[in-house]
Design a protein around this ligand. Structure first.
Ligand code: ATP
Ligand code: MG
Length: 743
């Protein structure tokens, strides 16, 4: 109806509207950050359902992160309603692939309860293969190389077949053995999820015969396998919409292929490109500074980008004495600005974006000391805590007992007096016979046959206990258990049988209470996590003729839950309610997101560009992605000293004379006028003028305390960094992107 059409297109500009309603069968929306690509893609999904009358379960939408998938669902719910968002095949490439493999994997010999080998599992498996064979390869490098080959679709067999070089022999063997290990353990690693799905859709196109439209966000970061998947998913009806931005391609190190943009245009000659030019996210000053960074790449074609917001304040670039001082400065600035803009901003509105997660330590400490709530995204996650990992490993074993790594990690935790030599011998036997450890110990415990390994009677008792625990737990998953909360049942059973609380008490004298509280939280949230957060991956697919779709059984709740853990890159503490927290994230994980106030610390050579990064263009784009997350206020900072001795050098991306015109070297960026700008950008109520006056006075007072570093001392280091800005009055937005910088 006209009404819902209006509702759908409400608040979109003309270019966005034409993208939403385009009749093109292959559509590329290419546009800079903050131009509404994701918003447009979401509206197009709603349009396809409401106006093209596609069934939601015939639409595949691929997002880059689970968080993005969740947000998109929210938006679609707002646009279409009727529970449509839950019926779409929507998720990350990995979760969509998993869904197809769970339902139809039998066609290519994949066990329904396959486990997912996460990065840790892969690493330890490779390490063991290397040690066992006395290989000289570095396990970490081998893992990324294998992943790189898989991303290109080169299987172990293909690699062995094409590589004749002697010096590659070792790596070829390693790759094959790793694959064999995954097969025996009934595991798929992240790359396999995509590769095997390609195989499935190629051999059995019927699986996607109902698919009417495929839509992809953040297309610039797809790799070759994902490109192939896209083609296969759309093989019946070539109705593809992608949105992306070449300037934001930051996953080259994980084999993303920026070439896929051109390749797509070549392979679909009738594809239509729509560009969006207005930026609705950031103030003009922030955009200018970000553009000045990306334009340092001279091979990049000129692209218009029009600021639609207020001019705002120039981003600050501050030098602090040390990393600790820098962290404290950030904390102080959060406190100060929150006081100033009382009622306008909450902790939720702040993000601290890091080049690498390792930088978070000093910042976490400072925030913790100040009592500021924060959450870590893409760093150390709730699920990575030692005590949680043990419980999860038990669940993994119960879900898929052939998961050798998980068995190894918990067979003697808490101690069952199974000695290290026994475990080692079992592992050796398992690897030489290519039989999972579980089969060996199960046969032994049930008296069917004895393993070659000699096992003391004490160890035997421990092994029997372990086998017993796994078997009794697995019973809890029988469908006839019939209860809704068997995940809780199951975890409680494990905790009780392992006397887990006592175990934590004895192994972590000082903080066992916190650890136990984490475990209790896992129990409390387990059911909800299995049913809600996994819903990206658990719905049935449209029925197709000729291929039977495997149905859910009770045990699948567990396998979905574990898949959710493995596929989430950013699930933090599974908090039920939203509390207002500062976000700490890597820049990589912040892609596609926005915050009113953003800090990017540690902007020095070796951090960004990172010392190990080969592609400095990609590093530059990374800084650009980070800066363009900010809506109203952006802070860059750099410690003068990284450690007691080590001096830092300001990142080349911001140190040029030209860049200095776009950055403000002095003065706190968060001032009274900024509050009004922010309110405008966020369309939130602005504090009354009276408050503003009060705020200004406060600001002046606070200002005096606000130079925690002895400026003389820093100015001595390199005066170029501190050239004061001749004109800090901001820039006028104009119709064209090229604002003349102040002279
Ligand atoms: P990125 O490249 O960072 O992923 P994007 O192009 O996907 O950015 P969105 O996240 O879709 O951009 O939009 C950025 C912000 O601009 C959002 O807050 C969105 O609601 C807003 N926005 C998008 N289009 C419009 C519009 N036509 N009018 C007003 N606000 C808009
Ligand atoms: Mg986006």
């Amino acid at each position: 109806s006209l009404n819902s059409m209006e509702h759908l297109l409400e608040g979109l500009n003309e270019a966005q509207k034409s993208a939403v309603t385009s009749q093109a069968s292959v559509l590329q929306v290419l546009a800079p950050p903050g131009s509404g690509k994701t918003k447009t893609l979401t509206a197009r999904v709603a349009y396809l359902v409401n106006h093209e009358r596609l069934q939601p379960w015939n639409i595949i939408v691929c997002t880059f992160t689970i968080k993005a998938a969740r947000e998109m669902k929210e938006r679609i719910r707002g646009l279409v309603g009727d529970g449509v968002e839950g019926k779409l095949i929507l998720g990350t490439f990995h979760s969509v692939s998993r869904r197809f493999l769970v339902r139809y994997g039998q066609e290519i010999g994949i066990d329904k309860n396959f486990g997912i080998a996460d990065t840790n599992d892969s690493k330890s498996a490779i390490k063991r293969i290397v040690t066992r064979n006395h290989y000289t390869t570095d396990p970490g490098q081998a893992r990324s190389r294998i992943s790189g080959l898989k991303a290109k679709g080169i299987t172990a067999e293909a690699f062995v077949a094409t590589t004749k070089k002697a010096e590659e022999h070792e790596f070829a063997c390693l790759y094959s053995e790793y694959e064999e290990y995954l097969r025996v353990s009934k595991l798929l690693d992240y790359d396999d999820l995509l590769l095997r799905c390609v195989e499935l859709l190629r051999k059995h196109p019927a699986c996607v015969s109902g698919i009417q439209a495929v839509l992809i966000d953040e297309y610039q970061d797809t790799n070759n396998v994902q490109y192939e998947l896209m083609n296969l998913m759309a093989q019946w009806r070539k109705n593809i919409t992608i949105v992306g931005d070449p300037d934001q391609s930051i996953y080259g190190f994980r084999s993303a292929e920026i070439q896929n943009l051109h390749r797509m245009r070549a392979e679909y000659p009738n594809s239509i490109v729509i560009n969006l030019e207005n930026n609705y996210r950031s103030s003009a000053c922030i955009l200018n500074a970000a553009m000045a960074v990306i334009e340092q790449d001279e091979s990049r074609p000129e692209k218009p980008l029009i600021a639609t917001h207020c001019v705002g304040e120039q981003p600050t670039l501050r030098h602090l004495a040390t990393t600790q001082v820098e962290a404290q400065w950030i904390v102080d600035e959060i406190t100060r600005s929150r006081t100033l803009a009382a009622g306008l901003v909450g902790f939720n509105d702040y993000a601290i974006l890091l080049r690498s997660a390792a930088l978070s330590l000093s910042i976490e400490r400072a925030l913790g000391k100040a009592g500021i709530p924060y959450r870590m995204v893409g760093g150390r996650r709730f699920f990575d805590r030692a005590e949680i990992k043990i419980v999860l490993d038990y669940l993994r074993v119960i879900n898929q007992p052939n998961h050798n790594d998980a068995v190894l990690r918990v067979i003697n935790v808490p101690s069952r007096k199974i000695g290290e030599p026994t475990i080692k011998a079992l592992l050796e036997e398992s690897e030489s016979k290519m039989i999972p450890i579980w089969s060996l110990i199960l046969d032994c415990a049930q008296g069917r046959s004895r393993p070659r390994t000699k096992i003391s009677s004490q160890a035997q008792k421990g092994i029997d206990e372990f086998v017993n625990l796994v078997l009794t737990s697995a019973k809890k998953l029988r469908p006839d258990n019939g209860e809704d909360c068997y995940l809780i049942d199951l975890i409680s059973h494990i905790l009780q049988k392992t006397k887990f609380e006592t175990y934590l008490r004895s192994t972590h004298k000082d903080n066992w209470r916190d650890r136990w509280a984490n475990v209790e939280e896992l129990v409390a949230q387990a059911t909800q996590m299995a049913s809600t957060t996994v819903s990206d991956t658990d719905d049935a697919l449209p029925e197709v003729e000729g291929i039977e779709q495997r149905k859910d059984t009770a045990a699948d709740i567990l396998s979905k839950f574990l898949a959710n853990v493995a596929l989430s890159t950013e699930i933090e503490r599974p908090d039920g309610e939203e509390i207002s927290q500062v976000t700490i994230s890597t820049i990589h994980a912040a892609k596609g997101l926005e915050w009113p106030i953003v800090f990017i610390p540690a902007v020095y050579e070796g951090s960004i560009p990172h010392s190990r990064a080969e592609d400095h263009d990609e590093e530059r784009r990374l800084l650009y992605v980070g800066m363009t997350r900010a809506q109203g206020v952006l802070y860059l900072s750099c410690p003068v000293k990284q450690s007691a001795q080590e001096q830092t050098k300001l990142s080349k991306f911001v140190s040029s004379q030209k860049m200095q015109r776009f950055l403000s070297m002095r003065g706190p960026p968060f001032s009274a006028p900024v509050i009004q700008d922010l309110a405008q950008i966020l369309r939130r109520a602005c504090p009354a003028t009276a408050d503003l006056e009060a705020a200004k006075t406060k600001l002046e007072r606070l200002d005096d305390d606000f130079y925690p570093v002895n400026r003389e001392e820093i100015d001595g280091e390199d005066s170029k960094w501190h050239m004061s800005n001749p004109n800090n009055s901001g820039l006028q937005p104009s119709k064209k992107r090229k604002y003349d910088p102040p002279v």
